[in-house]
Write a protein that binds this ligand. Structure first.
Ligand SMILES: NC(=O)c1ccc[n+]([C@@H]2O[C@H](COP(=O)([O-])OP(=O)(O)OC[C@H]3O[C@@H](n4cnc5c(N)ncnc54)[C@H](O)[C@@H]3O)[C@@H](O)[C@H]2O)c1
Length: 246
């Protein structure tokens, strides 16, 4: 039996990197996808690639920081499918600059997308999942930098630390309503979020000597999204090639 057979799965940031690889893996496990991202043209391309492989997917253009867009995503998903089984709350942006050079506007933008957007989508999902007999599952994408510090990315690290504790709190708050909430904490993964010139030093800094692949994150996300993690909530799964074990 496929691990997400007929499950309705909303994936934010679902048309690039970790989100796109997860869309492909989840669809191959029987999921019906609602992909959410900023770029409508690219969104439609990804959906038609999935449809060509016989998968069920729609794209809903949204900015994860917009309350109106968040409501629209969930109403479109429920209108089409009647329910939402899984939210993969994965959209995010990187931010790398010495703290003394970061403007307050830049700080707020990072925290707005990487933490506020995660809260907003989780809250909308929970409102729907509470009314469903089978509850639901939320997987938030945090980062290993939700657990450790590093120079030059204080806003990002603060936001991701926030996602880790948001995940704990939501996990505890909704455990009795059959809504599980966990976080995926990737190490350095080879996606467009990492500038090309950074890839060689980050490979070297990782004990396994390479960047992780989006497909490897997708497998971890599938574990968290499916019944394979049925007794797990409020937790964060670090998948980082050994980085945080150093
Ligand atoms: N790649 C890594 O090394 C790494 C490490 C740790 C955590 N992460 C996290 O993984 C997640 C996915 O990142 P990725 O590496 O696949 O990068 P990516 O850039 O390939 O994908 C991120 C997606 O999020 C979308 N997005 C950004 N802002 C948005 C907004 N306001 N509204 C809607 N969509 C928006 C982007 O358009 C993009 O499609 C992010 O949360 C990121 O912080 C990545």
């Amino acid at each position: 039996m496929a691990k997400l057979q007929d499950k309705v799965v909303v994936i934010t940031g679902g048309i690039s990197g970790i989100g796109k690889a997860s869309a492909e893996l989840f669809a191959s496990e029987g999921a019906k996808l609602v992909l959410v991202d900023l770029d409508e043209t690219k969104g439609k391309e990804v959906v038609s690639e999935l449809e060509d492989k016989g998968h069920d997917a729609i794209f809903v253009q949204a900015d994860v920081t917009s309350e109106e867009d968040a409501k629209n995503v969930f109403s479109k998903a429920v209108e089409k499918h009647g329910q939402i089984d899984v939210l993969f709350n994965n959209a995010g942006i990187g931010a790398s600059k010495p703290t003394h050079e970061v403007s307050f506007e830049e700080y707020r933008k990072t925290v707005n997308v990487d933490l506020d957007g995660v809260f907003l989508f989780a809250q909308n999902a929970i409102k729907q999942m509470r009314n469903q007999p089978n509850g639901g599952v939320i997987v938030n994408t945090a980062s290993m930098y939700g657990w450790i510090g590093a120079p030059g990315s204080a806003a990002y690290n603060a936001a991701k630390g926030g996602v880790v504790n948001l995940t704990r709190s939501l996990g505890v708050e909704y455990a009795s309503e059959n809504i599980r909430v966990n976080a995926l904490c990737p190490g350095y993964i080879d996606t467009p979020i990492i500038p090309e010139e950074m890839k060689a030093p980050l490979r070297q800094a990782t004990p396994m000597g390479r960047l992780g692949l989006s497909e490897e994150m997708a497998k971890a996300a599938l574990f968290l999204a499916s019944d394979d993690s049925s007794f797990m909530t409020g937790q964060s799964l670090i998948v980082d090639g050994g980085f945080t074990a150093q």
